[in-house]
Write a protein of this length. Structure first.
Length: 268
DNA sequence: CTGGGGACGGGGCCC
DNA sequence: CGGGCCCCGTCCCCA
């Protein structure tokens, strides 16, 4: 039963691109582009005036881009979707804070603007719920950060191994896994290959006879820490693994499995 | 058959 | 992001 925390879980088994989501992004891009030209036509095009916040603040967009909690876009606006520099940068800020909803002081203004953007009347701004995991946040920014860090990442990112069928949620985890296929660490003595340097080190001890892990209860020594740990169980009165049927305890899970397979469980 | 040792795999955590 | 180390676990072998 190998642990596989990093193995990607197929939340909705989507390796395919989300075309509907892309369409929504494109739709908002068109709206923003259209608004941008409307503003240019209305106020002219002196470049020094373009970033005027009273014109280009998100509040200026609120009559058009009001997002209710039920119609929020599933993914954050990409930076290239924002046609103006005055748009709140926190929308695409993945580097600050976690998804717990606690906000940094520097983003308070953005939060207020987002609250206006979301609901100018100030009514029902406490509830921003993730459609995937139902977690709620008091601000839209909090919801965005949550989705960027967790749910969207889980749903979108998929790093597949080219040697087998495994998928991982992070590139680092995938790279680490690929080493189990490429086996870059080779023993100079016998030529055996390993995925990681410390595995090779442990193997070299089988050649040198080095046993750096000593038992404090007897004079035995081991080349592998895990083997020492298993050995320590033999000194313990309380064995770690217990049979549910006969309450007999074992020092190793493999011994418990053997015991169960030998018929203890079926005998009861 | 059982208990224990040897060797090793793989993911997580920390720096 | 990568390396080193830790922890948990498995498989095989032998007394």
């Amino acid at each position: 039963m190998p642990r596989s925390f990093l193995v990607k879980k197929h939340i909705n088994s989507t390796k395919k691109p989300n075309y509907s989501e892309n369409f929504v992004k494109f739709f908002f891009f068109l709206i923003h582009t259209f608004l941008f030209f409307i503003i240019i036509l209305k106020y002219g095009l002196p470049l020094s005036v373009i970033p005027q916040p009273e014109i280009l603040s998100p509040a200026a967009y609120s009559p058009i881009t009001v997002w209710t909690t039920s119609s929020l876009p599933l993914s954050p606006l990409p930076s290239d979707l924002s046609p103006i520099s005055g748009y709140p940068s926190s929308l695409s800020d993945t580097s600050s804070k976690d998804h717990s909803g606690s906000e940094s002081p520097r983003s308070d203004e953005d939060e207020q603007m987002l609250a206006k953007l979301t609901d100018p009347s100030g009514v029902d701004v406490e509830k921003f719920q993730c459609a995937l995991c139902s977690k709620s946040y008091s601000t839209y920014s909090g919801l965005l950060k949550h989705k960027q860090l967790h749910c969207d990442a889980q749903a979108r990112k998929s790093f597949s191994c080219k040697y087998c069928e495994k998928e991982y949620v992070s590139l680092g985890a995938l790279k680490m896994h690929i080493r189990t296929h490429t086996l870059p660490c080779v023993c100079k003595i016998c030529g055996k290959a390993f995925s990681r340097p410390w595995l090779l080190q442990g193997h070299i001890r089988t050649h040198t006879g080095e046993k750096p892990f000593s038992c404090p209860h007897c004079n035995r020594a081991f080349a592998d820490r895990s083997n020492l740990r298993a050995h320590l169980q033999t000194h313990s009165d309380v064995k770690k693994y217990q049979c549910k049927n006969c309450s007999k305890t074992f020092s190793r899970m493999s011994l418990l499995h053997k015991h169960e397979e030998s018929g203890c469980c079926t005998a009861h």
